[in-house]
Design a protein around this ligand. Structure first.
Ligand code: G1P
Length: 305
């Protein structure tokens, strides 16, 4: 009897590579991992985790390094804090703390002992992912969306096509050297099958201006490809190169997601995300608008406060 291969109908596992250095945020990242930098009142990692849980994931795999205890601590149960809040009758705060991870979701931590790149980080998650399709979310890419989250959109596409899916967005040509770039071709009813993908090409060599954003839905066959990858762009094992090797055996689609992506790996991206989420926040929106109007007026007319 043959065993049916796992399909994309119910993707449950999400991998979060969180072993990066975060040098753009030094000196803050001397002690605070960049994934723990807050956007309003929640750390960056929480937004990606919420997106994965909303899409139906119940097993979250964090690929960390030995300096990132703060991420594990954050998702651990905070007994003392919960006890204190409970005693003080602060049920709203208690709920906030408990909702960091709902009861039905489990967090697994895997260590990446050497910084050998994103592809290597994903490969470190293989023993936990096993032989089923899975998601990868890069928490630096914070995606705001009013409807279903970007990952939920991608799961729906993967389930209806039985193909892998990579999130993409158009970028100015001069920025291709900061992204994985894809070229797409037709495939059945779809016009967005990835025909080629290349990591951080120079603008004049980029096959298009369609850039990979940090959300992926991948089949387990990617692991075999990553295992044999030699270092690519930046001397690192690149996930992009693993996907490029996969394309010959397995269809992968490029999905232009509905939503706005903030590049929180950059300082301006983190500032923009903070403004966006403050404006969306019931308790903060009015004060945030008022302050921004005043500040802009002062800087525009007088060059500052
Ligand atoms: C990584 C990927 C790249 C992708 C980008 C999206 O690059 O390697 O293909 O376009 O994330 O944020 P990084 O930004 O980690 O250098």
């Amino acid at each position: 009897m043959s065993v049916a291969r796992p399909t994309y109908q119910k993707v449950r596992k999400a991998v979060f590579p969180v072993a990066g250095q975060g040098t753009r945020f030094l000196p803050a990242t001397k002690t605070v991992p960049k994934e723990m930098l807050p956007v309003v009142d929640r750390p960056l990692i929480q937004y990606a985790v919420d997106e994965a849980i909303a899409a139906g994931c119940d097993t979250l795999i964090f690929v960390t390094n030995r300096y990132k205890h703060a991420v594990a601590d954050y998702f651990d149960k905070a007994y003392e804090l919960e006890h204190r809040l409970e005693h003080a009758g602060k049920s709203d705060l208690l709920e906030l703390v408990r909702n960091v991870l709902p009861d039905h979701v489990r967090a697994v931590f895997v260590t990446q002992s050497e910084a050998r790149g994103l592809g290597h980080a994903v490969l470190c998650a293989q023993p936990v992912v096993g032989d089923e399709p899975f998601a990868v979310l890069l928490p630096d890419d914070l995606i705001f969306s009013r409807g279903p989250g970007a990952l939920a959109q991608m799961f729906a596409l993967a389930a209806s096509t039985e193909a892998g899916v990579v999130a993409v967005q158009d970028v100015p040509r001069e920025q291709t050297c900061s992204y994985g770039i894809v070229a797409t071709t037709a495939w059945g009813d779809c016009d967005n099958r990835i025909g080629s993908i290349v990591e951080k090409p120079a603008p004049e060599q980029a096959p298009s201006t369609l850039a990979v954003v940090g959300r992926y839905v991948l089949p387990p066959q990617i692991f075999a490809k990553l295992e044999t990858q030699t270092p690519g762009s930046g001397g690192e094992i690149q996930l992009t190169d693993g996907i490029a090797a996969l394309l010959a055996d397995h269809p992968v689609l490029a999905h232009r997601f509905a939503g706005r992506r903030f590049d929180c790996g950059s300082r301006i991206g983190l500032v923009e995300a903070t403004i966006q989420f403050a404006l969306e926040h019931d308790d903060l929106a009015e004060d945030a608008r008022r302050y921004m109007r005043t500040a802009l007026q002062q800087y525009d007319t007088r060059g500052g406060v």
